[in-house]
Write a protein that binds this ligand. Structure first.
Ligand code: ZN
Length: 455
């Protein structure tokens, strides 16, 4: 391995070189975007056929020549990958190449109640910073300035963003960012509000449900907030109505980044918020109708992803748990990237706790994430202070060993006076779209502002 200073210098140089021109790609002529996309399709398919065990076998089994996959449409000829396939044998999807062997493991946020491990190779992680220029251009347009703005990021310890930053610290020089403040969703809401008011950010970046609860608390007069000029959410879909409600309450535009651990750049809402522009050359999206065919012309269905840039875990034709449809509208922003209309997924339950706080499900996941033996989980609020933690573990011994510890850790998270029982489960009930709710709150869909009054 090369020495750290040289590695960092090379990392920065690589990002800088790649970042040039990124801002113009979303506006490029269609034929240019399609060429970029299909070139990447051919390269990743060839790579998969040569170095990824699952695809090596699949091409042989199907008697398919990888060179026959020439365009994004051809990807539908490959086998459909389900989350369970990946969960059962994650290594089968990891490239045996040098890039694959050295790739960095990430875990799904647990938003489906069960973990999936995805590896990203170093080059694609560095390139992701450069691709981010496309989304930073939206911020620039709204704020009317290129840099120097203040931003607050809401997250949790051990989240994907932390891990990505650990990687960047190792591979690049990250400039000091005095204008950036990171807050935790596990911190008391009142202290986060106070920190935001003190810091006065231009941009507030957080989870959809957290911003929604904040907006409701503002609308109800439960808190007063120094209003940011721009709100950004990621990781959880929000309905159009909810987005409008947040914008009205907060008096600022709300844009989105559609991202997943399976592909860091999927789509984004631009300054016009007409639809989600898809990073077509980085992640190919197919909408699969209920009849099992590719839906076109605005038909809604499952999002099926082919990540065209990751050379760690290679996923082509992989079914996500989100539902969407193509938009026929063209966006006044002038971007030529195709748009998804709305992205539907389950909004997550925020827990109202006896101490008057609310808790985001990512905080619950934060307790379970360090224990890979926990395959699936669900936290059910039975009474305001009584909880049941359902666990699917790899073995019975894992359950016996971990359950008491996890119950105590969960009680510590949920606050004084709460009690958490555990239950070993073989599997958990799934909802439409195959999702497992990771948190089932007592008052699901309640007015989050209620729990914030008195703050
Ligand atoms: Zn647009």
């Amino acid at each position: 391995m090369i020495a750290t200073p040289l590695r960092r210098a090379l990392g920065n140089a690589w990002i800088l070189a790649l970042a040039r021109g990124q801002r113009s790609i979303p506006f490029a002529p269609r034929h240019y975007i399609e060429k970029l996309r299909d070139d990447r399709v051919r390269r990743i398919v060839r790579y998969a056929a040569l170095t990824v065990p699952f695809y090596r076998d699949a091409f042989r089994r199907l008697g398919l020549d990888p060179r026959e996959i020439r365009t994004a449409d051809d990807l539908a000829r490959l086998p459909m990958i389900e989350k369970d396939d990946l969960r059962r044998d994650p290594e089968a999807f990891v490239s045996t190449s040098r890039a694959g062997r050295r790739s960095v493991p990430f875990e799904s946020s647990g938003s489906t109640g069960s973990r999936v491990s995805i590896r990203h190779d170093a080059r694609s992680l560095l390139a992701n910073v450069a691709y981010g220029e496309r989304e930073r251009a939206v911020v620039t347009r709204i704020l009317g300035r290129e840099s120097g703005y203040r931003e607050v990021l809401l997250g949790y310890v051990g989240g994907t963003r932390d891990k990505v930053y650990d990687f960047y610290r190792d591979w690049t020089w990250i400039p000091a960012r005095p204008r950036r403040l990171e807050l935790l969703v596990t911190a008391p809401f009142a202290s986060n509000v106070e920190a935001i008011n003190r810091f006065r950010p231009d941009v507030l970046f957080g989870y959809g449900s957290y911003l929604h609860a904040t907006a409701r608390a503002v609308a109800a007069g439960a808190i007063s907030l120094e209003r940011p000029k721009l709100l950004i959410y990621a990781a959880e879909p929000l309905s159009l109505a909810t987005r409008h409600e947040i914008e009205a309450a907060m008096g600022a535009p709300l844009v989105a980044r559609y991202t997943a651990v399976e592909a860091f750049k999927l789509a984004f809402l631009c300054e016009h918020r007409t639809g989600f522009h898809v990073h077509e050359d980085l992640a190919h999206i197919r909408i699969l109708g209920a009849d099992g065919r590719t839906a076109r012309d605005g038909g809604s269905g499952c999002v099926v992803l082919s990540n065209l840039v990751n050379r760690g875990t290679v996923l082509l034709n992989y079914r996500m748990s989100d539902i969407s449809r193509w938009s026929a509208a063209s966006c006044a922003c002038g971007r030529t990237l195709r748009m998804l209309d709305e992205i539907e997924g389950r909004a997550e339950d925020l827990l109202d706790l006896p101490n008057g706080e609310m808790m985001h499900p990512r905080a619950v996941w934060g307790v379970l994430k360090p224990h890979p033996e926990v395959l699936q989980y669900q936290l059910v609020q039975r009474e305001p202070a009584r909880f049941l933690l359902k666990l699917v573990t790899a073995t019975r011994d894992d359950y016996a060993r971990l359950a008491p510890r996890l119950a105590r850790a969960m009680e510590a998270l949920l606050g004084t006076g709460t009690s958490v029982e555990t239950e070993a489960c073989a599997e958990l009930p799934r909802e439409g779209g195959g999702k497992v709710r990771m948190v089932v709150a007592l008052r699901s869909g309640s007015d989050p502002a209620r729990s914030l009054r008195g703050v």
